[in-house]
Design a protein around this ligand. Structure first.
Ligand SMILES: NC(=O)c1ccc[n+]([C@@H]2O[C@H](COP(=O)([O-])OP(=O)(O)OC[C@H]3O[C@@H](n4cnc5c(N)ncnc54)[C@H](OP(=O)(O)O)[C@@H]3O)[C@@H](O)[C@H]2O)c1
Length: 389
């Protein structure tokens, strides 16, 4: 079999690095044609030395110049910015795009990949959260396929294979509950950055780690599931499962519940996506059921985690509401990571943006990008107010 030609966008991040583990595990099965990062010059240069892609794209201009200088003697094209990312996706050399970019910055490349009828191995949940309504018509027209990498959506995808769409009663999205599941609500104002970055079961990039602590990540995943599996939000139930062994489930009309279990290791859903429709020896994370003493389940606490509640409202509203939720959350999390605002302020900042902005119900891409821009401005305004009073 000819090797699959991959572009790995966001190659220097947590998912990008796990994707390389999968590629290394299967020599001769993949050709890495292009990589992208924002500004991590050291890591993308070292990835170049190992995989020799034909193209590197950096979205930070200064970093593009540094990489171009460092690799000037090498047979590699160095390109830049959002247009560079779109060029990578459009290249005839690229068959499958792994989108592991963080944030709404990943939306346009996902849309372009789908428009061109290519395989989209999608970790960037923000693509479906913000651009949900735009994907359906493009998928229909181009015959492209979205292969979810998010572990919950991979589990749902695998479980859905056991029935027909009309036989689904509900989707059960599991959540670890994050580091503050048992932390008293009255002490939430004392949560520090270090506490929020200490996720109990998953090792991930900083943005998604904070989102897991506020449960905004689970909210984004509810919206993602609505867009990906064409179900109403009320059919998606979040269940807290602290062991992170069952990655999600589907309940069918005969009351059978089908789920997917494995150790919490992102290399498993990445392997499933990259080899789909086949299953291959993964070499990672085998689960010894006898070593797990218990699998527990509980309802999420919507009062302690208001962003999860808000995400359901946003998913039901649809249109540009999820884009506003996502953009305001990105700005709020960045401010928390910079230690500009407190943990509890993240939800307030997002709430304020949702309250203030008008929602377009059947948006175009331009409407979504405008909503994203306005939400960021509004969130920055709220942060300014919070930090000057
Ligand atoms: N990590 C996980 O276990 C996990 C699980 C499920 C889903 N996801 C989703 O996967 C995506 C990536 O998560 P991650 O944890 O891998 O993030 P991460 O570790 O922060 O990596 C993000 C990647 O995106 C690049 N990047 C940052 N800003 C960018 C911009 N403006 N334009 C283009 N590229 C940019 C980064 O480049 P630099 O390194 O140069 O900054 C890096 O390569 C997110 O959507 C996340 O929700 C992650």
């Amino acid at each position: 079999m000819k090797p699959k030609k991959l572009a790995i966008l966001g190659s220097t991040g947590s998912i990008g690095r796990s994707t390389f583990d999968v590629v290394r595990q299967h020599p001769g099965q993949f050709e890495v044609v292009a990589l992208s990062a924002h500004a991590n010059v050291e890591l993308i240069c070292s990835q170049y030395s190992e995989f020799h892609p034909k193209v590197l794209c950096l979205t930070d201009d200064n970093s593009t110049c540094i990489v171009a200088e460092r690799l000037k003697a090498e047979p590699v094209e160095i390109i830049s910015g959002e247009t560079g990312l779109l060029e990578v996706v459009g290249s005839d050399e690229v068959e499958t795009v792994v989108n592991a970019i963080v944030g709404a910055a990943g939306l346009k490349v996902s849309l372009e990949t789908v428009k061109l009828g290519k395989m989209l191995a999608l970790a960037n949940k923000e693509s479906l959260v913000t651009g949900g309504p735009l994907f359906g018509p493009l998928l229909k027209k181009s015959g492209a396929k979205i292969l979810p990498i998010d572990s919950e959506h991979s589990a749902i995808w695998q479980s859905l294979a056991c029935g027909r769409p009309g036989e689904v009663r509900k989707i059960i999205l599991t959540a670890s509950g994050g580091p503050f599941r048992d932390y008293p609500a009255e002490k939430f104002s004392e949560i520090t950055l270090e506490m929020a970055l200490a996720h109990p079961t998953w090792k991930m990039g900083p943005k998604i780690t904070i989102d897991s602590a506020t449960l905004a990540n689970k909210g984004l995943e509810v919206i993602e599931a609505v867009a990906l599996f064409s179900v109403p939000a009320e059919k998606v139930e979040v269940v807290v499962h602290p062991q992170s062994i069952i990655h999600s489930m589907v309940e069918f009309v005969d009351s059978s519940i089908i789920g997917q279990l494995s150790t919490p290791d992102m290399r498993l859903p990445i392997t499933y996506a990259l080899f789909w429709p086949e299953r291959v020896e993964s070499g990672f994370g085998r689960l010894d059921l006898t070593e797990i003493s218990q699998l527990t389940f509980e309802k999420p606490d919507f009062d302690k985690f208001p962003l999860l509640k808000l995400a359901y409202q946003v998913a039901e509203t649809g249109g540009t509401a999820p884009a506003v939720f996502n953009a305001a959350n990105e700005v709020a999390v960045e401010a928390f990571l910079d230690k500009t605002v407190r943990f509890v302020a993240i939800a307030d900042i997002v709430d304020e943006a949702i309250d203030k902005l008008n929602i377009v119900s059947a948006p175009t891409l331009e409407d979504i990008l405008a909503a994203d821009r306005l939400a960021r401005e509004t969130a920055r305004g709220t942060i300014k107010e919070l930090t000057t009073c």
